[in-house]
Design a protein around this ligand. Sequence first.
Ligand SMILES: Cc1cc2nc3c(=O)[nH]c(=O)nc-3n(C[C@H](O)[C@H](O)[C@H](O)COP(=O)(O)OP(=O)(O)OC[C@H]3O[C@@H](n4cnc5c(N)ncnc54)[C@H](O)[C@@H]3O)c2cc1C
Length: 459
Amino acid sequence: MARETTRPVRRAPRIAVVGGGIAGLTAATLAAREVGAEASVDLFESVSEWGGRARTREDEGFHFNMGPHALYQDGPAEAVLAELGVAPEGSPPDISRGLAWCEGRAQVFPAGAASLISTTLLSAGEKLRLGRKLAGLSKLDAAPWDGRSLRDFLEATFPTKRLRCVFEAVVRLSTYAHAPEQLSAGTAIRQVQGALGGGVRYLDGGWQPMVDAIAAKAREAGANLHAGARARTLEPVGSDSGSGRPDSGWRVGFGEGRSEEFDAVVLAMGPSEINGLFGGSDPTFAEWAERSLPVRAACFEIGLSRLPDPRRPFALGIDEPTYLSVHSLSARGLAPEGGALIHAARYLAPDEKPERAELEEQLGRQLDALQPGWRDHVVTKKVLADLRVAHAVPTAAMGGLAGRPGVRVAHRPGLYVAGDWVGDTGWLVDASFASGREAARAVARDGVQGGSNGEVRGG
Ligand SMILES: Cc1cc2nc3c(=O)[nH]c(=O)nc-3n(C[C@H](O)[C@H](O)[C@H](O)COP(=O)(O)OP(=O)(O)OC[C@H]3O[C@@H](n4cnc5c(N)ncnc54)[C@H](O)[C@@H]3O)c2cc1C
């Protein structure tokens, strides 16, 4: 009589991407394309909508991004979007007619040759110096500055306080970071070079159409998208066989006793969230979470029935860390017919926690100068007192972007990370796109093998 044997059934390889922001959507789409029918790709997002911090909120017919969002042109984002087959529509803002807020009053913002000559912000000598510095900036080698702070660069480059303030304001505008003592000057220089070179675009309808288009590409590539699915725990399955790779991949727990097993997992979320998935038990993730200095901003979003002065689209704080811009003057589909959408923001220093009322007073006062009479046309307004723009300032101490973790988690084979704090390429959403693509490529290159599904069968 034949003896019955049992053996586990090998299932098809499974890849999980956790986090449905730009990094996760990019990783899921490109991973699904890379592996084709040979493996399955599942994308899990904790909330019911896709896009994370790139989401757009609709309110009274206005389409507000989560704070002011501009897409850098000619950078990694544009390259990855082209690879995804997504072409968002939008237009550059007109800052040539911008104002500079300094010493409690609005002056001409030095955005080009004509405004540099006419502004009262700088003395004749300072104008000459700034003009020369900006002209030479595109050729400046940023690498020697990677390990030095923006403060060092400002002190070494600009002889007067006013010049340092003006350049620091341009750095805040391009990086969102308000941490001159910590920010790597090399990162700051590259970001300003990119902003002055390729420029930026405000997107029509906000960033949501871009998010939705990437989600559609993910589905088209065969990825399974699960919204409202928060991953709560992550643990290796099986014992370590000596290779360092868990025997049967990773188990993602979703709470209430529900879990699923995967052979590779891309964590497209922040370092603190990853640390939380491990319950703080992994020293590397705990250290990532601990050492990350977030880039934060407070935002004031305003929808108007009418714009008092369409000739004034933009203002930048010079001695106060502020930004105001009428996004609906450049991008279409942000405000109802005849209305206007304004994003105002205050760049927050590390540990700064201003009160809502103070923020509304400060930004409202500056808006009085940019758009006198705006208060008579308010349809909707909202203060968002503390938003996380990026998970980690690329600091001088870590050598700038080169010091960020790579997509492969070296001590946890089969685990990958992606997001605006990962990889040596790009800043803000450029980093999310670049690391999402890199994580997908790494998963495909490393190869995934199906694990056991735990079933047994007679032989
Ligand atoms: C005020 C503000 C202004 C900005 N302006 C610009 C700009 O002008 N230009 C620019 O390039 N960038 C800008 N950014 C940054 C840009 O929005 C982000 O860098 C980018 O959207 C981050 O994408 P991400 O996918 O890396 O992270 P996120 O968008 O944070 O996505 C992470 C996702 O993971 C989900 N998640 C977290 N934990 C779990 C879990 N346990 N299980 C399942 N899902 C989970 C979250 O819900 C979220 O959807 C701005 C951001 C802010 C806040």
